[in-house]
Design a protein around this ligand. Structure first.
Ligand SMILES: [Zn+2]
Ligand SMILES: [Zn+2]
Ligand SMILES: [Zn+2]
Ligand SMILES: [Zn+2]
Length: 332
C-alpha cells in the first residue's frame, strides 16, 4: 500500500475520526481539501463509479457528486444519484431503468437528453396520492399465479374492489412462512375474489420457471419483478414479508397489514374489502409515547409492549414479539 497508516494501537483516535466523519461501515474514503473541508464523504462510491475520473477530480478539490438546492415542491431521493450527471441526492423527478440487472437512475434533465438502452420509467413520489391509472401506468399487465397468463392490470380497479393489498415477499424466505400461510387461509375463508379485495405479490426473486404446483394454491396476481424497485421505493416496507393496503383512491390504509392479519385474521380482510382501515387498537390500548417497535418501527408503540432488559432499548409490539427474540421478553 502506498499510504500511511494510523498506528493500530491508536484506537481512540480512529474511533474519534469515525464519529467526527460519521463513518459507519468500511471501506470508506473521505476526501478533505488542504484546508480541511470535506470534498466528499462518498469517496468509495465515487471511486467505484468512475475511478479514473475521481483520481483527477479529488486532487483539484472537486468531487464526482454534486448536490442541488431542493425546491419546496420537489422530492429528494436520499442515497440515490443520477448516473449521468452525478447529482446526489437526486432531486425532483426520478427515472429508473426497469431492467433488473441495470440499477441506473436519472434525473429529469438527463432523461430528456440521453439514450438509454432499456425503457426508463418515472418513479412514483413516496406518500403522494395517485389515481390507480397513474399508479399503475408503467405496469401494463400482471402475471397470474400459474404464470401462464398475462392479465391486464386494470382488472384490479375496474371491478368492485375498494382496496388493493400489496404483499411484499421473497420467494426464498417468506413464500412458505407462517404469515403467507395465514394470509392465504384467511383470504380463502372470506372467499375474497379479485373483485372484492385483490392482492398483488411484489417480489424480486421469483423465477419465471417456478413449478406450477408451487403456485396453484395462491389466489393472487404477481407484479412482474422488473417493477419491484419502483414499488419498493414508493412504499418502503420496513419488514419482509409485509402487507400494505391501499384504498382504490390511492390512500394507504395501512403499512402493517401483516400485523392486522396476525391479530384480526379474516376480519382484517373484510374491513379492507369495504375500503376501511382495520381498527386494530381499542381505546383501552395503551399508547407508549416515545417507544417504537424494533422490528416494524411502529411509533408510538400501541397495546401490549414486550421489553428486553438484556438489550439496550429494545421493545416489540405484540405481533412482532411472536417472531421471537434471542432474550427473554418482559410484558410491560
Ligand atoms: Zn442527471
Ligand atoms: Zn438499463
Ligand atoms: Zn412491530
Ligand atoms: Zn434482547
Amino acid at each position: 500500500m502506498p499510504w500511511k497508516v494510523l498506528p493500530f494501537q491508536d484506537r481512540k483516535r480512529s474511533e474519534a475520526l469515525c464519529k467526527y466523519f460519521k463513518v459507519h461501515g468500511s471501506p470508506n474514503i473521505i476526501v478533505l481539501s488542504s484546508s480541511g473541508e470535506v470534498i466528499t464523504s462518498d469517496g468509495s462510491l465515487e471511486f467505484a463509479i468512475k475511478y479514473d475520473l475521481v483520481l483527477c477530480l479529488w486532487p483539484q478539490g472537486k468531487s464526482l457528486f454534486y448536490s442541488c438546492q431542493l425546491r419546496p415542491d420537489e422530492f429528494q431521493w436520499n442515497r440515490v444519484h443520477c448516473d449521468q450527471c452525478y447529482m446526489r441526492p437526486l432531486v425532483g423527478i426520478r427515472y429508473g431503468c426497469i431492467n433488473r440487472q441495470c440499477p441506473f437512475n436519472f434525473c429529469k434533465k438527463c432523461t430528456d437528453t440521453i439514450k438509454h438502452e432499456h425503457p426508463l420509467v418515472e418513479y412514483l413520489i413516496p406518500k403522494r396520492q395517485y389515481s390507480m391509472n397513474e399508479f399503475f401506468a408503467f405496469v401494463p399487465y400482471l402475471l397470474s399465479s400459474n404464470k401462464q397468463e398475462q392479465i391486464k392490470t386494470e382488472i384490479l380497479w375496474k371491478g368492485e374492489a375498494k382496496a388493493i393489498g400489496f404483499y411484499f415477499l421473497t420467494y426464498r424466505y417468506s413464500f412458505n412462512c407462517n404469515l403467507t400461510q395465514k394470509l392465504i387461509q384467511y383470504y380463502k375463508a372470506t372467499q375474497s375474489t379479485i373483485n372484492s379485495f385483490p392482492i398483488v405479490i411484489i417480489t424480486y426473486d421469483i423465477d419465471q420457471q417456478l413449478p406450477v404446483e408451487y403456485w396453484s394454491d395462491i389466489p393472487w396476481l404477481i407484479i412482474p419483478s422488473d417493477y419491484y424497485r419502483l414499488f419498493y421505493a414508493y412504499f418502503t416496507p420496513h419488514e419482509c414479508p409485509a402487507l400494505i393496503v391501499m384504498s382504490i383512491d390511492g390512500k394507504v390504509l395501512t403499512h402493517i397489514g401483516h400485523h392486522d392479519i396476525l391479530r384480526q385474521g379474516s376480519e382484517a380482510i373484510r374491513c379492507w374489502s369495504r375500503g376501511e382501515k382495520v381498527t386494530v387498537f381499542t381505546p383501552n390500548d395503551y399508547v407508549w409515547q416515545h417507544v417504537s417497535c424494533n422490528i416494524c418501527n411502529m411509533i408510538p408503540l400501541i397495546g401490549k409492549r414486550y421489553h428486553c432488559s438484556t438489550c439496550e432499548d429494545y421493545d416489540l409490539f405484540f405481533a412482532c414479539q411472536s417472531k421471537g427474540h434471542e432474550h427473554l421478553l418482559e410484558l410491560m
